[in-house]
Write a protein that binds this ligand. Structure first.
Ligand code: MG
Length: 417
């Protein structure tokens, strides 16, 4: 394929009015959610899309930086310069060209990821096949057929009272999701109480803790407290405990894993090689790569293959728009050992019908970015066999969601004031 044009659009979905969420020792402000939409066109007029970000959710830049606009500038500048006019025999050739473009190291893999996904979208359209049919080795008779019905777990709650989490979990269970993931961090006692309530409230539905906040809330959560909370959650049947310590604290992961608790991590790794390295520690039971961050399908497939035959399950990290949802869903559909996908729950989600809205906060762009809706029913996403990603981006969002300067979220600590 010959690349004719590459564009990145930085977009913002405002949270109006801004939300204030109290956690243990501070308040988190939520102003907006940012997305970079990447559109690649070939000389033949085929178009591929992807969404990208400047970093993954637990990385410092994501919380503290204003780097989405910068990232779009990189896509429109050095990334476009490196690829426009090039004829690519293989998608991986684009990885090499971007790697030679001199991008800041923490953004290089984000750019590679965005282009890799968009090029797979194009390749699928060229051959008339969904991306899940392009991945893996279709000549291998041991490779099972793709699974196009994908169980979802709901990624929802953030900093509520224990009763609030329990009510939300009940709603999520009624909607048919496989599990309920939430963000604790409201104080060790209340976090413990939340776990107790969830284990009492939920029957078939699993619960997971995404505790990327524990290591951000400073003194209340020392190592011993974290260890005690992890053990408690595991004893009460938590399906996993995600990012209980800083992502690069491998020793911390190992020590907690030694308690027998099921740990999850990976979203904060900067590369697919980092995912594999985390997997090699044998400290995580669930490895969370994301085609938007870990060098696209090409990179994530390496991590998926690493997990094959090992005691670690690849479960994609997925937090963003429906483009990202469908992009990661193709990986799940193609990979024989991968079966579960994260479904972020935002307010007013058109495919969820619940009396009490279980959404975390408004993120209208997450839905408006595509024409139509994904097929989600009773907690299961069904992928079509339409070519490529199987979606049409609504380019009106470029006008409707202009980029807003500034960080999307802020952590304010009481002891700083
Ligand atoms: Mg997470």
């Amino acid at each position: 394929m010959e690349i004719a044009d590459i564009r990145g659009y930085a977009l913002s979905s405002p949270i109006t009015p801004p939300q204030h969420r109290s956690f243990s020792g501070g308040t988190r402000l939520l102003h907006k959610r940012d997305v970079v939409l990447v559109v690649v066109e070939t000389r033949d007029g085929e178009r591929g899309v992807s969404t990208a970000g400047a970093s993954s959710s637990a990385m410092r830049e994501y919380f503290e930086g204003d780097s989405q606009g910068t990232f779009a500038d990189l896509v429109n500048g050095p990334v476009a310069d490196a690829l426009e006019g090039e004829t690519l025999a293989h998608i991986a050739d684009a990885h090499d060209l971007i790697a030679d473009a001199g991008l800041p190291s923490h953004l290089q893999n984000e750019a590679i990821s965005a282009i890799d996904v968009a090029l797979h979208d194009i390749r699928g359209k060229e051959v008339g096949a969904p991306i899940y049919e392009l991945l893996g080795d279709s000549d291998d008779p041991d490779d099972p057929a793709p699974t196009t019905e994908i169980p979802l777990y709901a990624s929802a709650g953030m900093y509520m009272e224990p009763d609030g989490y329990a009510e939300q979990a009940a709603t999520i269970a009624d909607l048919g999701f496989m599990g309920y993931k939430y963000r604790p961090g409201i104080g060790p006692d209340a976090d413990r109480r939340t776990v107790d309530l969830l284990s009492e409230t939920l029957d078939e539905t699993e619960f997971m803790l995404d505790v990327h906040t524990w290591w951000k809330v400073r003194d209340a959560y020392d190592r011993e407290t974290v260890r005690e909370l992890v053990t408690h959650a595991a004893d009460r049947g938590a399906y996993w405990i995600e990012e209980p310590v800083e992502p690069d604290d491998r020793q911390g992961y190992r020590e907690l894993a030694a308690t027998g608790a099921p740990l999850a991590g990976g979203e904060s790794e900067e590369s697919a090689a980092g995912l594999v390295e985390l997997g090699r520690t044998e400290a995580v039971s669930f490895l969370q790569g994301d085609v938007r961050h870990h060098q696209g399908y090409t990179g994530c497939w390496d991590a998926v293959e690493f997990c094959h035959g090992r005691d670690v399950e690849f479960v994609p990290h997925n937090f963003g728009t429906w483009v990202g949802l469908l992009a990661n869903a193709h990986l799940v559909a193609a990979a024989p050992d991968v079966r579960l996908l994260e479904y972020p729950v935002f307010e007013n989600d058109p495919v969820l019908d619940a009396e009490q809205d279980p959404g975390m906060y408004p993120f209208d762009l997450a839905f408006d970015i595509i024409e139509g809706q994904p097929s989600v029913s009773d907690g299961v996403l069904t992928l079509s066999d339409d070519p490529g990603l199987g979606l049409d981006v609504d380019l009106d969002v470029v006008e409707e969601y202009p980029f807003v300067d500034g960080p999307w979220t802020e952590f304010r600590y009481e002891d700083d004031t």
